[in-house]
Design a protein around this ligand. Structure first.
Ligand code: ADP
Length: 308
């Protein structure tokens, strides 16, 4: 099989704001067909990266390639990308259709058929004549995505598309992203500060922390669904530690001040807990978390991202 085509690639990308290095030495790779999840806590540098990819701001150093060509001033490559980077602005007293026509005019000719097509894709065709003022936040978000779709991009870039939406609105945007990818062959790059949001849609992902890429790969591999990290609080801790060391299905075991950390297969969780209790240790908590989740929570539990 041929290697998948890399349609977005950054190399040693940096952005400095005064003393603050918001993005450092970033190497991203997005392949055609991916739903790529760009995960990181607030302030990690996600928006800054997306703005550089879309040529809205200039990198301090490094390169961005789209479809194999350097993006720097390359209008041709950018024309193949649709982006939604901020909460979209609309003429609230005009219909969705009219708003779409105004945006389409920026691309040249207004193609009403295409506009209806994209409104249909985002599930707003039957509300096309309504004023945007009457739209829910989720509908406005989908209208924003419709605007990014008018020119039929190969790559769609969405910065925190579900931010601020209620659960129903989030679900609709997630379903739309999946549909665009599956039925319209679109590659989607989306950012989020919530692992949960990414893991429900993404095929590949990375984690950004303090502007640095900490891990990148397939969601299935990274979330390693077979192996679970477990944190155990038990009394006496030393006794529990010795017992756990004797269980050959347990790995990565370490003793901390007030708990033990280890990994095991999900299927072994119950028998481990039972064995500890049967041996007379008092287990006060037994908390399984997948290892990436454990790691990401560790990052987000830290205070605000700080500059150096
Ligand atoms: P994220 O999108 O992951 O929340 P951002 O890219 O918005 O992160 O921000 C990354 C860092 O860069 C933050 O520390 C932020 O305060 C800083 N930053 C972003 N934009 C600017 C700017 N225009 N001027 C100065 N600092 C900025």
């Amino acid at each position: 099989m041929n290697d998948p085509e890399i349609i977005l690639q950054t190399r040693q990308l940096n952005k400095r704001y005064g003393k603050r290095l918001a993005v450092r030495d970033l190497d991203l790779e997005v392949r055609r067909g991916d739903i790529y999840g760009f995960l990181g806590p607030n302030g990690a540098g996600k928006s800054t990266t997306i703005r550089m990819v879309l040529s809205l701001i200039t990198p301090t150093s490094g390169s961005v390639q789209l479809f194999g060509t350097e993006v720097n001033g390359n209008r041709g490559a950018l024309a193949r990308v649709g982006g939604l980077v901020e909460r979209p602005d609309f003429y609230l007293y005009l219909s969705a259709m009219k708003n779409m026509e105004i945006v389409s005019a920026l691309y040249g000719a207004v193609d009403k058929k295409r506009i209806m097509e994209v409104l249909d894709i985002v599930g707003l065709a039957d509300r096309a004549r309504d004023r945007v003022k009457a739209y829910s936040h989720g509908m406005k978000q989908r209208l924003g995505i419709a605007q990014a779709l008018v020119a039929n991009p190969e790559l769609l870039i969405l910065d925190e598309p579900t931010n601020g939406l209620d659960p129903q609105g989030m679900k609709e945007v997630r379903e739309l992203i999946l549909r665009l990818n599956r039925d319209h062959g679109m590659t989607v790059f989306l950012s989020s500060h919530l692992l949960h949001e990414i893991e429900q849609v993404a095929t590949r992902m990375c984690i950004l922390h303090h502007g640095t890429l900490v891990v990148q790969g397939s969601v299935r591999e990274l979330l390693n669904r077979e192996r679970t990290a477990v944190r155990i609080h038990a009394e006496p801790l030393e006794e529990a530690f010795v017992l756990l060391q004797g269980m050959d299905w347990i790995a990565d075991i370490s003793r901390h001040d007030d708990h033990i950390a280890c990994t095991m297969a999900e299927a072994d969780l119950a028998r481990t807990n039972t064995a500890l209790v049967n041996a007379g240790t008092a287990v006060s908590s037994f908390s399984p978390r997948r290892s990436l989740e454990d790691y990401f929570l560790g990052i987000t539990e830290q205070k605000e991202e700080v500059s150096e």
